[in-house]
Design a protein around this ligand. Structure first.
Ligand SMILES: Nc1ncnc2c1ncn2[C@@H]1O[C@H](COP(=O)(O)OP(=O)(O)OP(=O)(O)O)[C@@H](O)[C@H]1O
Ligand SMILES: [Mg+2]
Length: 312
């Protein structure tokens, strides 16, 4: 679809690569020698957005001491990328619709229309259809933008991409830290299998951006080419099956970490309750006042062996 002129709406959770894909669409189009102009709609104050988009002539408003070209004019023959399109005010939406339909616009304070040839790509992590239903987004604009919908799946639904992405980010950040790496003789980094397993098990609410940060951090912290799980951030380690160390008599060692102490206490509490509930997990979850799904997770994470119920 890159080669066409069609308007594309990219949807997906935060960090799934919407801007990266928008860039790729432009780079693979015949327009690639012309500008790619990103408009971060959410971070431009609403009253400034229109003059940023359409430009203004000198004296159009207080403070307009010189005329200024808008993004649409700058992007002529290229691509304009509307990030967070759902945050644009209804008033600006109306003007945007006009540009899409007429391919022309008037800078603020000007009586002259300017014709442009611009390809439009928009992105959102909001549910635009719902915004339409709530009257916050124009339905006609929605259909104009949504000619082609490119839905980027969250990372947890394409875990098979994780190893390739990890490789890519290792290469990227090893190169960025090249000097540092040469000094310590670290050139090719790789996660140890248990670290990789933790990455595969994580649910990645921050998607590819979160993974990228984890790998960058690992490059900085690693002291050997085989990167162990220890360098992963705490919140990733917490989710994995905990190994609680014990001495010969089954007690926690004297140098037990806070995680081990808390986990051991939690484990004992859960086992006590399961016993009191005759190993009914539903009854135990109720008594502990936590959801059954949470109890199931804890049982797995804390390696609690489920015994048969006496009546069963
Ligand atoms: N397939 C990919 N290959 C390599 N890097 C990727 C890929 N997808 C995303 N990234 C990287 O992940 C980071 C987040 O991507 P991007 O900014 O495009 O996400 P986004 O969907 O626009 O997020 P947000 O909704 O938060 O703005 C960027 O650094 C980007 O380069
Ligand atoms: Mg983005």
């Amino acid at each position: 679809m890159a080669a066409s002129r069609a308007t594309i709406l990219i949807t997906g959770e935060t960090g799934t690569g919407k801007e990266l894909i928008a860039n790729a669409i432009h780079a693979h189009s015949a327009r690639h020698e012309h500008p790619f102009v990103p408009v971060h709609s959410g971070s431009v104050p609403p009253d400034l957005l229109e003059s940023a988009l359409f430009g203004h002539v000198k004296g159009a408003f207080t403070g307009a001491v010189a005329s200024r070209k808008g993004y649409f004019e700058i992007a002529n023959h290229g691509t304009i990328f509307f990030d967070e399109i759902g945050t644009i005010s209804l008033e600006t939406q109306t003007k945007l619709l006009r540009v899409i339909q007429e391919r022309e616009f008037m800078p603020l304070g000007s009586a002259e229309t300017i014709k442009v040839d611009v390809r439009i790509v928009a992105a959102t992590n909001a549910d635009l259809k719902r915004l339409v239903e709530e009257g916050k987004f124009r339905e006609d604009l929605y259909y104009r933008l949504n000619v082609i919908n490119l839905a980027l799946p969250p990372l947890r639904e394409r875990k098979e991409d994780i190893p390739a992405l990890v490789d890519h980010f290792f290469t990227k950040y090893c190169r960025e830290n090249e000097k540092f790496l040469e000094e310590t003789g670290r050139s090719r980094l790789q996660f140890e299998p248990d670290a990789m397993q933790i990455l595969m098990d994580h649910t990645w609410p921050g998607n590819v951006r979160e993974l990228e940060n984890v790998v960058e951090r690992a490059v900085v912290l690693a002291s050997q080419p085989a990167v162990p799980a220890d360098v992963l951030p705490e919140h990733l380690l917490e989710a994995r099956g905990l190994r609680i160390r014990r001495d010969a008599s089954g007690r926690l060692p004297s140098d037990a970490s806070l995680f081990e102490i808390v986990a051991d206490y939690e484990r004992r509490k859960i086992i006590d309750q399961l016993e009191a509930s005759d190993w009914s997990q539903t009854a135990a979850a109720e008594a502990l006042r936590i959801p059954l799904s949470t109890l199931n997770q804890k049982i797995k994470r804390l390696n609690i062996e489920i015994r048969k119920r006496s009546g069963a």
